[in-house]
Design a protein around this ligand. Structure first.
Ligand code: CP
Length: 316
């Protein structure tokens, strides 16, 4: 495996789950693979879970880990081609990335959508330059359009907690005061389409995700109807794709609460975190015994380690 940006990169999901449960059962069994190997994690944006879980995963594999925060202590990077660099960015990504590649065997990159330009975001301009110039395998730690390590961890969590063979999984938009990328919602949709689940997306009008992700997916604009019989409710805010990066609504009627969860099949609540309480979800739901948010976060180590293991195997 030379890159991990989207669901296609992991191949067969049943095999991926099998590998993930093997790693979860024996996290320290593969340390020879990572001995004397180094991973560098590059962050253009903040993180708690991705930063810690990916470090933990790499350490479980016996690797050395370095972390670089681009906006805190590193040179600001110019990412445009052919510009006169007379502004506040002293280093170009075309030098910085191959230099980083000299110091490691794998690179992880977090680079969110900037909302400055939809085409740049949806062409994955930043992470694709890491693939092009680094010379080493690249793992997405959340890119402009996707968050595959999160979606893989979510799939592992659903597999662990499902009570029927083919559960109903609902992705619901929920309100948030600031514009957030579509990456988690896009990615979750992409993975659920490939998984053995009945999948429904619900959101207010104007929050349609790109057709690239939702083609063939059931979209239900009535949130309460979508929740009926759900085994899992996955809440997330995202900004508008069509009116790119705009917050069109903060309608609290879309907050996931006890009354709406009562419509489900004793449904489990999921969110990738961090979460705004009493905007996205009520205290009562997130603190209920049906909340899986901590288990999802725990499985971030499992998804990261499974991907790192495959990449190390492909270096041999
Ligand atoms: N879920 C997730 O990616 O969390 P962080 O942004 O804290 O890494």
């Amino acid at each position: 495996m030379k890159r991990f940006l989207k669901v296609d990169d992991i191949g067969d999901l049943k095999q991926a789950l099998k590998d993930a449960f093997e790693v979860k059962k024996n996290p320290y069994a593969f340390q020879e693979l990572g001995k004397n190997k180094t991973i560098i994690l590059v962050f253009f944006n903040s993180s708690l879970r991705t930063r810690l879980s990916t470090q933990k995963a790499a350490m479980n594999m016996g690797m050395n880990v370095m972390v670089l925060d681009i906006n805190n202590g590193a040179w600001k990077l110019e990412t445009e081609q052919g510009v006169i660099m007379d502004g506040d960015k002293p280093e170009h990504i075309k030098e910085a990335v191959p230099v980083i590649g000299q110091y490691c065997d794998l690179i992880g990159v977090r680079s969110f959508a900037t909302f400055e330009n939809k085409e740049d975001d949806y062409s994955e301009k930043i992470i694709n330059q890491f693939i092009q110039y680094s010379g080493v395998p690249v793992i997405s730690l959340e890119s402009a359009t996707r968050h595959p390590l999160q979606s893989f961890a979510d799939l592992v969590t659903i597999e662990e907690h499902k009570t029927v063979d083919r559960p109903k999984v609902v992705l619901t938009w929920a309100p948030h005061p600031r514009a957030l990328p579509q990456a988690v919602a896009n990615s979750f949709t992409e993975w659920m389409k490939e998984a053995d689940v009945e999948f429904v997306v619900t959101h207010p009008k104007g929050y349609e995700l790109s057709d690239e992700f939702t083609e063939g997916v059931t979209v239900e604009y009535d949130q309460r109807k979508a929740f009926e019989g759900a085994d899992f409710v996955y809440a997330k805010n995202w900004s508008s794709f069509s009116d790119y990066g705009k917050v069109l609504s903060e309608d609290k009627d879309w907050t996931v609460d006890e009354e709406k969860m009562a419509l489900t099949n004793n449904g489990k609540f999921m969110h990738c975190l961090p979460v705004r309480r009493n905007m996205i979800v009520t205290d009562g739901v997130i603190e209920s015994e049906n909340s899986l948010v901590i288990q999802e976060a725990a499985n971030r180590v499992v998804s990261a380690q499974t991907v790192i293991k495959r990449m190390l195997e492909s270096l041999k």
